[in-house]
Design a protein around this ligand. Structure first.
Ligand code: G6Q
Length: 551
């Protein structure tokens, strides 16, 4: 296999050249022709794994396209790269770390060795402690300082220490103990803290401070505010032990903050922030849905891991989604990718995927540090249907940009209400099916005219179609299904990172802004200082200070 450190330049490989040639021959073909030529297309281009069904027939591909894409994946050493990740090789080269979120869901009796040590027993030791703690909070055995049962959890964390648990809590709310609600505070904008805490009954509140490094400005600032609330309310720092737990890899900093490390749940440097929802970072979720629900969530991840490792690439869900993304990104020039869940519980799913995908593959140099000569990660965006239909779908249907979409839907509703004799869920899913049909096949000039449309409106009412979509259809939104879905996208991002020769596991791009903000903070208060920025930044800071009444 080509070494992960020494990949041949993507666009100069014969596999890429073959795809380029093939693209020229297929670019002008309409999905109407592809479906017209093969009545079995809707069954042929499908795959299933870990309880998820994928119909990818409404993509601008033929069997030849698929074969060429798979050849590209093979030539990039994807099979060995998967093995390298799962077995704990230090594939995060710029940080010298293994990438082992998959070990977080490994079965208790399995073995994953990092630096000569099997890490699975450690994973399960923390998991057991999380479960025991969750049970004690849920049962009321664990109480606040005054002996009251905990009824509100406030998760304080940002980025990977916020988006995963927040998305999953929202997604699995149906399965949660309604006697314990969870709030998430992340932003250093005090509004986030203020609006999430003004009505709290502090005697019944537990703060979970989630920070891998325990050095993150936003999280520490919010945690300090929370500590002050508790100490002021109960008049003693002793109350901190009953109202705070920490999730971190940095025991020293947790202790220094004033949280007893007995109340700390650990994880490891081989878990990236955006890949950490199944680690102790998911503590709020374990408490909300209970240990059995969380075990089911992890089992969903594990099932997708198995599928990813073993299914042939042509039937492998993460490989297919990854390669189809490459097809549109690098050959059709698509700039973005929409994720459209037809389920209100998944309303934060696109936001979660934004971090997972864009922080992983928003890179401009290869693993060896050479600038890339091709497009890398797309812009990920989306909203739940049907809301999006009444907002931005217009552009997807009739705009000038090609936007491949993933539609995610469930056959069974968790809230099977009826309205006027119709199942609400059928109304929802009719829209899911209708949209993918409309995007693929559109409405021709002739069809519009046949409806008797006035001549001057004909072109406005034509839908070109040929807009590609993936349809994920899942039986029911369960913890297992969500785990499988998240793992599907994790591995999709991995596949693309391998094809594009990126380190998907670092995030140096977030550093510069942090450093500059640290420099600017003292310039915003106190006596006037001479500012050494560019003329725009200097003038903005001067105006800010003036409007704050400082100068
Ligand atoms: C994720 C990133 C980033 C990280 C946050 C929070 O992959 O590394 O989003 O999760 O910056 O970091 P801490 O957990 O260390 O506070």
């Amino acid at each position: 296999m080509p070494s992960l450190k020494n990949q041949p330049e993507l666009t100069s490989t014969p596999e890429y050249a073959a795809l380029q040639k093939h693209y020229a021959s297929i670019e002008g073909t309409h999905l109407r022709e592809l479906f017209g030529a093969d009545a079995t297309r809707g069954e042929k281009f499908t795959a299933e794994g870990a309880g998820l069904f994928l119909d990818f027939s409404k993509n601008r591909i033929t069997s030849e396209t698929l074969g060429l894409l798979v050849k590209l994946a093979e030539a990039r050493g994807l099979r060995d790269a998967i093995e390298a990740m799962f077995s704990g090789e230090k594939i995060n080269l710029t940080e010298g770390r293994a990438v082992l979120h998959t070990a977080l869901r490994a079965a208790r009796d399995s073995s994953v060795v990092v630096d000569g040590k099997n890490v699975v027993p450690d994973v399960h030791e923390v998991l057991d402690r999380m479960n025991a703690f969750a049970d004690s909070v849920r049962s009321g055995a664990f109480t606040g300082h005054t002996g009251k049962k905990i009824k509100t959890l406030v998760n304080i964390g940002i980025g990977g220490s916020d988006l995963g648990p927040l998305m999953a809590y929202e997604a699995l709310k149906h399965y949660s103990d309604r006697g314990v609600r969870v709030r998430y505070v992340s932003n250093v904008d005090a509004t986030d803290f203020a609006e999430n805490t003004w009505d709290l009954e502090l005697e019944e509140t537990l703060f979970i401070v989630c920070s891998k490094t325990f050095t993150t400005l936003e999280t520490l600032a919010n945690a300090e505010l929370a500590k002050k609330l508790i100490v002021d309310r109960f008049g003693t720092v002793d109350a901190v032990a009953k109202h705070f737990v920490a999730v971190s890899t940095n025991a020293e900093a947790v202790g220094a903050f004033g949280i007893d490390t007995k109340n700390m749940f650990g994880f490891w440097d081989w878990v990236g922030g955006r890949y950490s929802v199944e680690s102790a970072i998911g503590l709020s979720l374990v408490i909300a849905i209970g240990p059995a629900g969380f075990a089911d969530f992890l089992a969903g991840f594990r099932a997708m891991d198995e599928h990813f490792k073993s299914a042939p690439f042509e039937k492998n869900l993460p490989v297919l989604l990854g390669l189809l993304g490459v097809w549109y990104n690098n050959f059709f020039g698509a700039q973005s990718h929409a994720v459209l869940p037809y389920d209100q519980y998944l309303r934060r799913f696109a936001a979660y995927l934004q971090q997972l995908d864009m922080e992983s593959n928003g890179k401009r140099v290869t693993r060896a540090g050479a600038p890339v000569a091709y497009e890398t990660g797309p812009i990920i965006w989306g909203e739940p249907g049907t809301n999006g239909q009444h907002a931005f779908y217009q552009l997807i249907h009739q705009g000038t940009k090609l936007i491949p979409c993933d539609f995610i839907g469930f056959s069974q509703s968790l809230n099977p209400l009826e309205t006027g004799g119709a199942a609400m869920h059928d109304l929802l899913m009719a829209n899911y099916f209708a949209q993918t049909e409309a995007l693929a096949f559109g409405k021709t000039d002739a069809e519009v005219r046949a409806e008797g449309t006035k001549e001057d409106l004909v072109q406005h009412r034509v839908f070109e179609g040929n807009r590609p979509t993936n349809s994920l259809l899942i039986e029911k939104l369960t913890p297992h299904a969500l785990g499988a879905l998240v793992a599907l996208y994790e591995h999709k991002v991995f596949v693309q990172g391998i094809v594009w020769d990126l380190n998907s596991f670092d995030q140096w791009g977030v550093e510069l802004g942090k450093v500059l903000a640290k420099k600017i903070t003292p310039e915003l208060s106190g006596a006037k200082k001479s500012l050494g920025h560019d003329s725009s930044t200097n003038a903005l800071i001067a105006r800010y200070r003036k409007q704050r009444g400082l100068d």
